[in-house]
Write a protein that binds this ligand. Structure first.
Ligand code: HEM
Length: 412
């Protein structure tokens, strides 16, 4: 394989279709060149490393400077929040994840996500109702982008009147995760730093209010709920809230946008979904395999020398786990380059696996299922205006920057 493969993956020219490069990469299952990371691309290798306690998520264990991880960018900023649990190892990771899970999922809050169903549906309907010109819709700006951030606001308990401010900070932070070669980097860093600081100050104020007068929202519960692990410090609540916002924003935007793009390229499936909203469940799972919003996990470190397929990866090395390549590994999935929601077995790597597997997965799934089934039902004869659409720069959190579509009208 040529040395250039990693550079090719990062190269924007390949953003619309990186899959032939991943096929090339899989031919060298443990790929390493010069000072670069060790790159893993086979399904079973990735799966097993995600469960391996000799692999760390804590950047402090890296021997060489960390490769930027857009999923974790909140911890790199000098606003100096402590690292969120995404970037910690056990036992700290487990303690914070358990405490965050108390108000979010089973066993203590088994109905939390389910109970958001009606509210999510209303947000989706409101956004579709707001589409004024069916001849040219930008699905990203008009739908996929505003949806997840509104959902996080409702989950955390951000008052309605503050949502617009929250959206604007979230947008600035999300944009800072997408390198823009034409932009003034110092200026961008400053703008993003200011947004993080303002968001942090805003959330700190809200936490203080909720400590005095708790409500039913997640911020109140994170700030006050005591279990066997005690109560989170204000800094821990802040970094956890920032993690929920950042990890759940761009990822969900891309799942919905990749989803609509894939459906428009597979009109038979779109038509079936229009008639049967239950098809959204396997459609979303197959999308997480076929076009995963997190293409690779770029920040893992070996805590000791480990051997994979006869190659020794030394202690302190940086690993890249290319989820999107593993998801199309022919040793795992039959006919992997075909989008097929009817394949019975879709154990994809789209949400990672092991102790760091996506915390927000139940919410992300519900958001995407509702969004895609409602778009399929309500847009009359939808079609793509550009194929491929323009993509964001980001090779890790990969997805279209815009998705221009047209339709004949909006059904009630
Ligand atoms: C389609 C949408 C999403 C995708 C594809 C996605 C993907 C992922 C992946 C691949 C990881 C593992 C990272 C690693 O192993 O280092 C992860 C972790 C995480 N995700 Fe998601 N995510 C999505 C939505 C969300 C949402 C909506 C939330 C919050 C409500 C969220 C919160 C988190 C958190 C907190 C972690 C860290 C878990 C840990 O370290 O224990 N994600 N996500």
């Amino acid at each position: 394989m040529t040395e250039a493969i990693l550079r090719q993956i990062i190269n924007y020219a390949h953003r619309a279709d990186p899959y032939p490069l991943y096929e090339e990469l899989r031919k060298t299952p443990v790929y390493h060149d010069a000072d670069g990371p060790f790159v893993l691309s086979r399904y079973y290798d990735i799966q097993s490393l995600l469960h391996d306690p000799r692999i760390s998520s804590d950047a402090r264990n890296l021997k060489t400077p960390a490769t930027a991880n857009p999923l974790a960018a909140e911890a790199d900023d000098e606003t100096a929040l402590p690292p969120s649990f995404l970037r910690l190892d056990p036992p700290e990771h487990d303690r914070l994840r358990r405490m965050t899970n108390r108000p979010f999922g089973p066993p203590h809050s088994p109905r939390r996500v389910h109970e958001m169903h009606g509210e999510l549906k209303d947000i989706v309907s409101g956004l579709i109702d707001g589409i004024d010109n069916p001849d040219r819709i930008d699905l990203v700006d008009q739908f996929s982008y505003p949806f997840p951030v509104t959902v996080i606001c409702r989950l955390l308990g951000v008052p309605r009147e503050d949502e617009a401010r929250f959206h604007s900070w979230a947008d600035t932070i999300a944009a800072s995760l997408d390198p823009d070669p034409g932009a003034d980097t110092d200026e961008r860093a400053k703008v993003s730093h200011n947004a993080r600081t303002e968001l942090g100050m805003y959330l700190a104020g809200l936490i203080e209010e909720r400590r005095k007068k708790p409500g039913a929202d997640m911020l109140s519960q994170l700030s006050t709920a005591g279990g066997p692990d005690g109560v989170m410090t204000t800094m821990e609540v802040l970094s956890t809230a920032a993690l929920l916002l950042i990890a759940g924003h761009e990822t969900t935007v891309n799942l919905i946008t990749n989803g609509m793009l894939t459906l428009l390229r597979n009109p038979d499936v779109l038509e079936r979904l229009r008639k049967d909203p239950n098809l959204a469940v396997p459609v979303v799972e197959e999308l997480l395999r076929f076009e995963p919003p997190v293409q690779l996990v770029p920040q893992r470190t070996t805590l000791t020398d480990i051997e994979v397929r006869g190659v020794t990866i030394p202690k302190g090395a940086s690993l890249w786990l290319v989820l999107a390549a593993g998801n199309r590994d022919p040793d795992r999935f039959e006919d992997p380059d075909r989008f097929d929601p009817d394949r019975g077995d879709i154990q994809h790597l789209g949400f990672g696996s092991g102790i760091h597997s996506c915390f927000g997965a139940p919410l992300a799934r519900l958001e995407a299922q509702l969004a895609l089934s409602e778009l399929a039902r309500r847009l009359e004869n939808p079609r793509l205006l550009e194929d491929p659409p323009p993509y964001r720069q980001n090779a890790v959190l990969r997805g279209p920057r815009h998705l221009p579509i047209a339709c004949d009208g909006i059904r009630p």
